[in-house]
Design a protein around this ligand. Structure first.
Ligand code: HEM
Length: 473
């Protein structure tokens, strides 16, 4: 029989072995330097400390100084490699296909999600999405809808004297996508769908424990609610023979007699993922852009000039924006590109390594989370005075490009963002309508990052009394 003290020794030894193995993961070569932190939580708490959006997190900066541009850590219960090496980021973006998401996020997307499943299904949904959100789709379908929604919400904001940029952008995005996806919805269902995002926890990017009271628990609940709503709408439409939105027509193979189709369940998970990604990116970035603009009077002036010119060029000053108007917003595009460059202080390449990668003497094992930061955006050899917000630096650059060797805000490789063009269009049209009014943003507005963007004092703009800008001269 084991004595109590012997049992204790066994338990302590096992825990010691477990901690040793945690800190020294198995590998076929030499792991990149770094620390795995505490068992299970790893270094997550330090990684998730909020930081100024225009700075890389202290967590990353300190470790780059200590270990170099590629280091190992443990985040959200998984083994992770963080890289500031642009060549490596692009290599892994091209060679690895599996998205680098933690269990909590995978659960959010749904286990049958076509974005996450096989290479083939992923390729298929990318093709379908491109039909709607590629330049042709935007030109044909999106400008007018986004224009109408942005105009309506801006008028409402001006009447109220203020408007929350992030929230408004989220409403525009969801309403616009919902219409494209599902067609006309019953007003109650449309309202409920928009409201669902309100129940969505702001801190969903975290551990995967689904325990009541945690963000993940709320998130899973919000997801179920949205999925149910989308499903009910789809089934009702199917039963009544009512017309679907263009997106569903594309998905169900009803466009131009194409045979490709998808099950209702898969389509719903797909749409849901899509809404989620769209809503978690554009509204926050747009609010950060408006904040940057409000702090730079010369940029304000130049934008005012550009947008006054567009309104002045129209016989009917209230006429909708056209694709040509959008394409003429050159300075606005320079502002958007510059803002995306300077606020890219989070990883833009997120993958699970599918096989081993060699970096110098080190080996990155297969199956690890890979987080590639776009440090090239802050390289003084590529961008003069990189910490300065200077939209004019884009004068000589290709403005339409969403990816180049020195510009990767939308990721790279097989998972390059599908909504990049749509996001730019939405942001440009929002800025256009904002500049039809006199507005300001409170100086105390702050933009922080805790992986996702945060606005602790909100993201309101105020409209002044004589708010409408006259463009008749
Ligand atoms: C300023 C706004 C946005 C930014 C900065 C952004 C950024 C990104 C990044 C960095 C990735 C992935 C990268 C990777 O691991 O390589 C991505 C993927 C994706 N984005 Fe965006 N995004 C934005 C807006 C949108 C919008 C509005 C939509 C949809 C309407 C969208 C849809 C997607 C989808 C579906 C993927 C996954 C693609 C795939 O797995 O094949 N994004 N985005």
């Amino acid at each position: 029989m084991l004595e109590v003290y012997e049992l204790l020794i066994v338990i302590v030894s096992l825990i010691g072995l477990w901690i040793y193995q945690w800190r020294n993961p198995k590998t076929n070569g030499k792991l990149p330097p770094g620390s795995m932190g505490f068992p299970i939580i790893g270094e997550t708490l330090e990684f998730m400390k909020p930081h100024d959006v225009l700075q890389f997190p202290t967590f990353v900066k300190e470790r780059v100084l200590r270990y170099g541009p590629v280091f190992r850590t443990s985040l959200f219960g998984g083994k992770a490699i963080i890289s500031m090496d642009v060549e490596l980021n692009v290599e892994i973006a091209k060679a690895s296909h599996v998205p680098g998401i933690t269990k909590s996020i995978a659960r959010l997307f749904g286990k049958n999600n076509l974005f996450i499943q096989s290479k083939e299904s992923h390729k298929h949904v990318r093709n379908l999405t491109f039909q709607l959100l590629g330049p042709q789709g935007l030109k044909l379908r999106m400008v007018q809808d986004v224009d109408h929604l942005a105009r309506t919400y801006m008028e409402e904001g001006a009447r109220n004297g203020f408007l929350d940029v992030k929230e408004t952008s989220s409403k525009i995005l969801i309403e616009c996508l919902a219409k494209k996806v599902m067609g006309e919805m019953e007003p109650e269902a449309a309202k409920e769908l928009t409201l669902c995002w309100r129940y969505f926890p702001r801190d969903w990017f975290q551990f995967s424990w689904n325990i009541p009271g945690t963000g993940v628990y709320q998130m899973v609940k919000a997801r179920k609610r949205m999925m149910k709503l989308i499903k009910e709408t789809v089934l009702k439409k199917r039963a009544s023979g009512e017309e679907f939105g263009e997106f569903f027509k594309i998905i169900f193979g009803e466009m131009e007699g194409k045979a490709e189709s998808m099950s209702v369940e898969n389509a719903i998970e797909y749409i849901y993922t899509f809404f989620l990604i769209a809503n978690e990116t554009t509204p926050g970035i747009l609010a950060a852009i408006v904040k940057l603009i409000s702090e730079h009077p010369k940029v304000m002036q130049e934008l005012q000039r550009e947008h006054d010119g567009i309104v002045r060029g129209k016989t009917d000053k209230e006429a909708s924006l056209t694709w040509e108007d959008y394409k003429s917003m050159t300075f606005t595009m320079m502002v958007i590109n510059e803002s995306l460059r300077i606020t890219s202080t989070a990883p833009t390449v997120l993958r699970i390594t599918e096989h081993e990668f060699k970096v110098g003497d080190y080996t990155i094992p297969a199956g690890w989370i890979f987080m590639g930061y776009p440090s090239v955006h802050f390289n003084p050899e590529k961008y003069d005075d990189p910490l300065a917000f200077n939209p004019w630096r884009w004068k000589r650059e290709e403005l339409g490009s969403i990816l180049s060797k020195t510009y990767i805000p939308f990721g790279a490789g097989s998972r390059l963002c599908l909504g990049a063009e749509f996001a730019k269009l939405q942001m440009a049209i929002f800025i256009h309508h904002l500049f039809r009014y006199r507005w300001s943003m409170k100086t105390e507005t702050t933009v922080l990052r805790r992986f996702m963007l945060m606005f602790p004092s909100g993201s309101d703009v105020q409209f002044s009394q004589d708010t409408k800008v006259e463009n008749s001269s």
